[in-house]
Design a protein around this ligand. Structure first.
Ligand SMILES: Cc1cc2nc3c(=O)[nH]c(=O)nc-3n(C[C@H](O)[C@H](O)[C@H](O)COP(=O)(O)OP(=O)(O)OC[C@H]3O[C@@H](n4cnc5c(N)ncnc54)[C@H](O)[C@@H]3O)c2cc1C
Length: 301
């Protein structure tokens, strides 16, 4: 009896499930992008289901224990690329130190999706609307990529090269994501705006990390970092906004100032989910809400 692919009626393509990273990288080196890495498969299955074609050769990462672990250190947590959103959301150190990551993992589809969806898949799928990337940008995450040529790390903020394109080479796999713990006196603010409160692709999402300086006078912004989804071809940091806020008193930042800075950072489009004008306006509201939250958290002098 010969097995056939149920979609194409042809013999099934190879399905390779290595048990060591070294073997996985050898397969990647040999086949490069002709072999499709799969983790939770929640993005890939949708694509495969949409077109009745033969499945490609598959490099199944699910047996690689070293890619699934979550290791907390003194200054950061390193999350394996195939750690699921569910395991991230219930990790005690992440819950204590990186609350925005818990929030974004819990916003990633339904509970059933979160049980399968991986952080690495969310990043490598490279959707500008994905929920975890804004948080990774605001926290200043770094990625570790590996190939048979070696290991390298890269700032997540420079990883997306264009719509659905990343700087990962054809023979590389994403191994882990390292997220530094924020400084003290920070306020973290994350909000996803969609058609519904759950199970909706965002119209816009924003993560902000605002660090205060509580010197003698009114609290000022020491540092601010941001990440946005659905306002450009890639998940976007907002470097102009960060620069423009540094050193300003939290109580003296007005809408026009935020609007001007964001105009340089964001490139929203009209699309099926929303309009560019709505996205620009909500982006400003979200930044102002984050600043309000930081001001509320400051000690009253
Ligand atoms: C019903 C439904 C609802 C969803 N809702 C949301 C949502 O609300 N928010 C959201 O952000 N996403 C959502 N998604 C999308 C998806 O669940 C997430 O993007 C998820 O994190 C993808 O992870 P995965 O492990 O399933 O990826 P996969 O489908 O396994 O892979 C995705 C891509 O990443 C590549 N890849 C995976 N791991 C690696 C690796 N280690 N190295 C190199 N390449 C790799 C794959 O080759 C593929 O190109 C939803 C999907 C469905 C089906």
């Amino acid at each position: 009896m010969s097995a056939v692919d149920p979609v194409s009626g042809q013999p099934p393509a190879p399905w390779y499930r290595p048990v060591s990273l070294a073997d996985a990288l050898s397969a990647r080196a040999r086949w490069r992008k002709d072999i499709v890495a799969i983790a939770g498969c929640t993005d890939l299955m949708v694509g495969w289901n949409a077109g009745a074609r033969r499945l490609p050769p598959v490099l199944d990462l699910s047996a690689l224990a070293e890619l699934r672990s979550i290791e907390a250190g003194p200054d950061s947590v390193t999350i394996g690329a195939t750690a699921s959103c569910a395991s991230i959301a219930r990790h005690p150190v992440i819950a204590g130190r990186l609350p925005m990551l818990v929030a974004s993992a819990r916003q990633t589809g339904s509970v059933a999706i979160q049980n399968r969806a991986t952080l690495g898949g969310n990043i490598m799928n490279a959707s500008p609307a994905a929920d975890n990337p804004p948080v990774l940008l605001a926290y200043g995450a770094r990625l570790t990529l590996a190939s048979v040529r070696g290991i390298r790390t890269i700032d997540y903020a420079s990883f997306h090269a264009g719509y659905k394109r990343t700087l990962a080479e054809g023979d590389e796999l994403l191994v882990s994501v390292t997220v530094p713990f924020p400084a003290e006196r920070v306020t973290a603010y994350y909000r996803k705006v969609g058609t519904r409160r759950a199970q909706a692709i965002s119209k816009i999402a924003m993560a902000a990390l605002i660090e205060r300086d509580d010197g003698a006078g009114p609290a000022v912004v020491r540092n601010a970092s941001f990440g946005f989804a659905s306002v450009g071809p890639v998940p976007l940091p907002a470097p102009s906004l960060s620069r423009s806020l540094r050193g300003l008193p939290l109580s003296g930042i007005d809408r026009a100032q935020v609007e001007r800075a964001l105009a340089a950072d964001l490139a929203p489009l009209d699309d099926i989910r929303s309009t560019a004008a709505y996205r620009r306006s909500v982006a400003v509201n979200l930044v102002l809400a984050a600043i309000d939250a930081a001001r509320e958290a400051a000690p009253r002098g």
